[in-house]
Design a binder for this molecule. Sequence first.
Ligand code: 5GP
Length: 116
Amino acid sequence: MNDTLFGRIIRREIPATIVYEDDDILGFKDIAPQAPVHVLFVPKGAVIPTLDDATPEQAQLLGRLMLAAAEYARREGFAKDGYRVVMNCREHAGQTVFHVHLHLLAGAPLGHFGTP
Ligand code: 5GP
């Protein structure tokens, strides 16, 4: 249970800059930011390795990831300027940590995306 890199961050076994927490979700800064703001939001409970592994019962938890990112964006004052949320799934998306997580990118115009 939770025996992933992000599980160890959730259990505070390895350090991270934690910027958001509620009952279900932890948000912390990405160690290799791809934008001025780059925060990862992860579920604190049972590990879902990829979006493809998620079940209908986990729909609410996945929605909580989105709402946590939106709440953080409002709190930090960049919601009106805008931001991007991304969830990578497996090899072609470049997923490297198999503990489902949402990337929040913000802080500057992000340009177009989707080009390989
Ligand atoms: P993925 O590529 O799986 O969608 O995203 C994994 C993210 O985790 C990457 O953006 C990577 O920079 C970040 N990451 C990898 N190792 C660590 C770490 O030890 N601490 C933090 N805060 N982020 C990490």
